[in-house]
Design a protein around this ligand. Structure first.
Ligand code: ATP
Length: 284
């Protein structure tokens, strides 16, 4: 089990430039600079350094540091109220935070939010989309924002809408969608611009088993391209089978982070999680 520590970045007075790199040997040594393929270094897609965020007297996130590399599927788990959504909203630039730093592929979400947001897609736990639009209009709207070309957007809409069985509904107003259909639509909207980093809050809630299976396949396609996924979940079976790495947070404090296999060992993630959170409660 290895704790994840804050990592490197290079500043030039205008924010952080150049992605952080580190050796492909786990969680140890780090270096800064621009990455080359095949050098034995991995690109740090998301770096959370000493993040702290309070709501009044409640410290929701307390000195949290995490690193997500290119190609990672990273699961973020914790009990209700642990600080997952607060962290996620800070990462995607929705919530300001009290202290710390968040870098998306080397770009600070605070110093250069537009450049950082261009590289990511975010799916909240309760997507709030324009109900008056049809699904198709919404997808074209997202594709316009991210300047996705006509041919690429058509190909991707066809691919993902077919895969998630939403094609027939794209001409209907979003207001008529079920929760699961809305979830599928925002997934397609997130994938349409091929983000370097996909951030999701409880992505599998509301999806039927077939759509869950298909979405897991899309996650694997993304990571095969070198893109990264950071998502919160209460589904420990999914986290154990899908995630290369996981982090467990409790009352805003990181309890554990590392390779799933190393954390879980021969046990189930459920038993490790229950053990760690009980220990954490006794210690906190
Ligand atoms: P869940 O699994 O229940 O979704 P979570 O891990 O996502 O929980 P957060 O929503 O980040 O947890 O909440 C962390 C803490 O911050 C909780 O104590 C919560 O009550 C508090 N909190 C979250 N949002 C606010 C807010 N807008 N105002 C005040 N307190 C908040």
């Amino acid at each position: 089990m290895t704790a994840v520590t804050g990592l490197s970045g290079r500043r030039d007075g205008f924010g952080v430039v150049g992605a952080s790199l580190r050796r492909r040997d786990g969680f140890g040594q780090t270096r800064s600079g621009r990455g080359d393929e095949g050098t034995g270094y991995t690109i740090v897609m998301l770096e959370i350094r000493h993040l702290t965020k309070s709501y009044g007297a409640v410290k929701a996130v307390d000195d949290l540091s995490l690193t997500i590399d290119d190609g990672d599927i990273f699961g973020f788990i914790g009990l209700n109220g642990a600080g997952k959504t607060t962290t996620i909203k800070a990462v995607v630039g929705i919530h300001p935070f009290d202290s710390g730093e968040i870098l998306i592929n080397g770009t600070s979400i605070s110093a250069d939010p537009i450049a950082a947001k261009r590289q990511l897609a975010y799916i909240p736990d309760n997507p709030d989309v324009y109900e008056f639009m049809t699904g198709g209009k919404y997808l074209n709207f997202v594709a316009d924002i991210f300047a996705v070309g006509r041919r690429e957007r058509q190909e991707r809409i066809e691919k993902y809408a077919t895969g998630l069985e939403l094609t027939d509904d794209l001409s209907s107003p979003i207001g008529s969608y079920s929760h699961g259909m809305m979830q599928k639509l925002v997934v397609i909207g997130a994938l349409i611009h091929q983000p370097k980093l996909l951030v999701l809050d409880e992505p599998f809630v509301g999806l039927d088993p077939r759509a869950t299976f298909v979405l897991k396949g899309y996650f694997r396609e993304m990571t095969a391209r070198g893109d990264s996924i950071f998502f919160s979940t209460h589904g420990l079976d999914v986290a154990q089978s899908l995630c290369d790495k996981i982090a467990i947070i409790q009352k805003g404090v990181l309890l554990e982070a590392g390779a799933t296999g190393q954390i879980v060992g021969k046990q189930s993630l459920e038993s490790v999680f229950l053990e760690l959170t009980a220990e954490g409660e006794r210690a906190q």
